[in-house]
Write a protein that binds this ligand. Sequence first.
Ligand SMILES: NC(=O)c1ccc[n+]([C@@H]2O[C@H](COP(=O)([O-])OP(=O)(O)OC[C@H]3O[C@@H](n4cnc5c(N)ncnc54)[C@H](O)[C@@H]3O)[C@@H](O)[C@H]2O)c1
Length: 349
Amino acid sequence: MPLIQGFSIDTIVNLAKATVLNPLALIVFLGYKAREADGWPERTGLVTTAYAFLSIYATTWLSNRWRNGLIPQRRLNSKTWPNEIVLVTGGAQGIAKSLSEKLAAKGANVAALDIVDFKSSHPNIKAYKCDISNYDDLKRIRSQIEKDFGGHVTMVANVAGLNNKSLILDLTPERVSRMIDVNLKSHFWTAMLFLPAMVKAKRGHFMSVASTMGFVGICHQSDYVATKHALVGMHESLHYEMQKMYKTPKVRMSTAIIGHTKTGLFEDFDVGPLGRFLGPKLEPSDVADQMLDAFESQDGKMILTPFMNNLTPSIKAHPWFTRDLIQAAAGGDGSYPSRPSASQLASSA
Ligand SMILES: NC(=O)c1ccc[n+]([C@@H]2O[C@H](COP(=O)([O-])OP(=O)(O)OC[C@H]3O[C@@H](n4cnc5c(N)ncnc54)[C@H](O)[C@@H]3O)[C@@H](O)[C@H]2O)c1
């Protein structure tokens, strides 16, 4: 993510990580203090802070290695990327379009799916029209991809999604069903159709884009929030199934817990100045970069961006007064203009 993109918490964090909180800078600082003290450095506030941040870096590293095996797999490179066939859903626009282009630039073979007709000028990207909520449609596309690329899909990026932006009493059964079909069931369909070949090959990567709303519920998003929460849970189960049942730990599972991104899907969502400071709007290409990095490193992970999303998984453990304070500061509630109608509120008595 660029260092400066409108002033926000991420600007401060990225600046600190590049300078005073850089792990190398912290080690040099502690080394200098140790030399000065001729032994263990005296426990000043700065020394304790340096220890604290170094242990956060160490824990993050260890957590990732614990999850993916102590010896990291080799990062994919210009020689190995061309062996990958990557399925990207929602490839016509937004995050998925950016990801498809980045994957293609690396040399990967990309099968980009969307419900709308689209074309890509990049020779490595093949566009397929497909409704991902339809299992049979996806099955047909799987055969077509295998024919076109001469192999099975080795990585999946489930990116396509819908947003109904409606209060509960304005939803219809059809819209709720459509939401669940596209934002949730489609991830089951791609898992059921594309994981078998990965399990047989004992390697692969299955990634889904969830959201901050995979952990946080806000007004106007009950159906969307429900699908994103479910997705987070589904991925956790699949991670353990790959490890413990199929004995294929190198079939990686990743989720992207992303905040507000500059695409059409949340165009009219505005959280106010404090909300924007805490959760700056992301560029689709920055999100795509982080997804690409997870694929390239061959590590399964939970991508958390912007910075404050590192704290969202713990939000449910907060007492309600801090929970409500965080909710108010983040500013998502009431961001959409619709309000309950007079007839919805009128008493029938
Ligand atoms: N934009 C944000 O602020 C934001 C925040 C958090 C999470 N997300 C998630 O990121 C993902 C990508 O969203 P985006 O912001 O790039 O949105 P986008 O609207 O730009 O792109 C979504 C794409 O999905 C396609 N699509 C929709 N239904 C489909 C279907 N049934 N079959 C095939 N394709 C279908 C659309 O045609 C579109 O091209 C979504 O899962 C979304 O929930 C977005």
